[in-house]
Design a protein around this ligand. Structure first.
Ligand SMILES: *[C@@H]1O[C@H](CO)[C@@H](O)[C@H](O)[C@H]1NC(C)=O
Ligand SMILES: *[C@@H]1O[C@H](CO)[C@@H](O)[C@H](O)[C@H]1NC(C)=O
Ligand SMILES: *[C@@H]1O[C@H](CO)[C@@H](O)[C@H](O)[C@H]1NC(C)=O
Ligand SMILES: *[C@@H]1O[C@H](CO)[C@@H](O)[C@H](O)[C@H]1NC(C)=O
Ligand SMILES: *[C@@H]1O[C@H](CO)[C@@H](O)[C@H](O)[C@H]1NC(C)=O
Ligand SMILES: *[C@@H]1O[C@H](CO)[C@@H](O)[C@H](O)[C@H]1NC(C)=O
Length: 419
């Protein structure tokens, strides 16, 4: 997900965080006194790539610059906008990168860095990404506000399931155990009412992976519906560009190749490479002076960009949801359309592979995910007895769609069957 807008000079402090939590409580108590609890099904929100706060605690033997902090306990690693500015971005990259172990085939933080999600089960870490500036990285807040307005309660009938979005589902066993417990607990504290899973982007794939591993009786008992929003079911071509050249995370004044070190090391990026089920063997995605690369040339791309680890990681993650097996629960798919979406890249002598940003050709999609990928889940209409529907929002951009009033109305009226 992109960070957005400009930076300010305020550092996130525990003080601000406490203020936010306090605001939420005030909103909660005033709203809930007036509005009686609804009869609606409880909701669990599963965020997408970059869609949750990550907190870090560091005690490092060495740093990349004298001004990078060596030791600090529990600060917001993601998202703190100042940390993405030139200079401090190097400290961020060195904390946020993952190190791949080709024996265990897992990733971990560099020595002296601990990273974790916070407030599992609450909505706070998925409503706003930068806790010091809640007006900035707005995320699930509009949906939560919409639910609270019809009687939902934060932390009780609308809950968040944050996870470390840098990793792919094969490294998220603890998260999936937590998610199982969260669903069962939410069902119970809401009078044995089944749960609706509302997910965004990467969270749709995580949730599909999860549902594919639950038994049918368990799903029949606990899951009312799955409402995936902006699902990159067959990946996004953008992922390959980010792996090759990096992405400057919105409009910040940093060179993409600086952030690339961290981005490349995150297995979720490889997990989001487009698949050969939806991209043909003759369809060139990346063109350089030396070669044309298709979906079948990932090994060569990683070799040619001198990042062989990328291929190892890709082998671990490519099969996790490759078949897009039907989830076996009612599905209300939602996605945008008619937003120019990158699909083909050219590197040449002015913009050499892999260190420069390529020329980009655009096609149909939601601005991040290509159309055919957004629609790939529709095949479930023929693969499961439960209903599978599609709600398209013209102009609904990948992330901003979460703020769209039409979307929120649809979630409340159609997905939750509330007036
Ligand atoms: C990271 O977590 C481990 C286990 O909880 C702890 O022993 C270690 O001191 C922590 N390191 C840092 C840098 O916080
Ligand atoms: C695993 O990594 C080590 C150290 O980087 C390297 O020497 C070795 O060749 C790698 N093995 C495989 C199978 O990739
Ligand atoms: C979640 O929110 C509730 C109510 O706002 C609060 O009592 C609880 O401590 C929070 N839990 C976490 C883990 O933040
Ligand atoms: C799992 O749940 C525990 C307890 O709520 C929480 O402390 C922990 O951060 C969660 N871990 C993951 C990976 O979800
Ligand atoms: C890549 O494909 C284009 C169009 O099909 C072709 O003109 C070009 O020669 C190819 N480049 C290489 C290096 O094969
Ligand atoms: C939300 O989507 C609807 C339907 O496409 C569109 O008419 C409306 O302008 C959108 N609203 C915003 C704020 O983007």
């Amino acid at each position: 997900m992109e960070g957005e807008s400009t930076a300010s000079q305020v550092r996130p402090k525990l003080f601000f965080v406490l203020t936010c939590i306090w605001c939420f409580c005030v909103v909660l108590s005033t709203k809930t006194e007036k509005v009686p609890p609804t009869k609606g099904h409880p909701v669990i929100l599963v965020p997408g790539d970059g869609g949750t706060q990550l907190w870090a605690s560091i005690d490092k033997p060495a740093t990349v610059h004298y001004f990078c902090r060596e030791k600090e306990s529990w600060f917001t690693l993601w998202l703190n906008v100042e940390d993405l500015l030139p200079g401090s971005i190097d400290c961020f990259v060195d904390n946020a990168r993952l190190v791949y172990d080709n024996k265990t085939r897992t990733t971990s933080s560099p020595t002296g860095v601990n990273i974790t999600v916070v407030a599992f089960g609450n909505t706070s870490s998925v409503e706003y990404l930068d806790p010091s500036k809640i007006w900035l990285g707005k995320y699930f807040n509009a949906i939560v506000d919409g639910l609270v307005a019809v009687g939902y309660k934060r932390g009780v009938s609308v809950r968040g399931a944050p996870y470390d979005f840098r990793k792919a589902p094969n490294e998220a066993q603890i998260f999936f155990r937590n998610l199982t417990r969260l669903i069962e607990d939410t069902y119970r504290i809401n009078g044995n009412r089944k749960v609706v899973l509302m997910t965004h982007s990467l969270g749709c794939l995580y949730t599909l992976y999860f549902l594919n591993r639950q038994s049918n009786p368990w799903k029949a008992k606990y899951i009312q519906a799955f409402a995936p929003i902006s699902g990159p079911w067959a990946g996004a071509t953008k992922s390959l560009r980010v792996a090759i050249s990096g992405d400057n995370v919105g409009d910040f004044a940093v060179h993409a190749s600086v952030v690339r070190t961290a981005q490349r090391s995150w297995p979720s990026l490889n997990f989001l490479l487009v698949t050969d089920k939806y991209w043909g063997p003759h369809e060139v995605i990346v063109s350089t002076q030396k070669k044309n690369y298709t979906v079948n040339d990932y090994r060569e791309v990683f070799n040619d960009m001198n990042y062989e680890v990328g291929w190892e990681v890709y082998k671990d993650v490519r099969g996790l949801v490759y078949d897009l097996k039907a989830p076996g629960v009612p599905v209300y798919g939602i996605h945008g359309r008619d937003v120019p979406t990158e699909e083909f890249y050219v590197y040449n002598e002015e913009r050499p592979f892999p260190d420069y940003e390529p020329y980009i050709t655009y096609g149909q999609g939601d601005g991040t995910v290509n159309m055919r990928s957004l629609k790939a889940y529709m095949k479930w209409q023929h693969e499961q007895p439960h209903p599978v529907s599609e709600f398209e929002i013209s102009g609904g951009e990948h992330v901003h769609i979460l703020q769209n009033a039409t979307l929120i109305k649809y979630l409340i009226n159609t997905v939750l069957h509330l007036p």
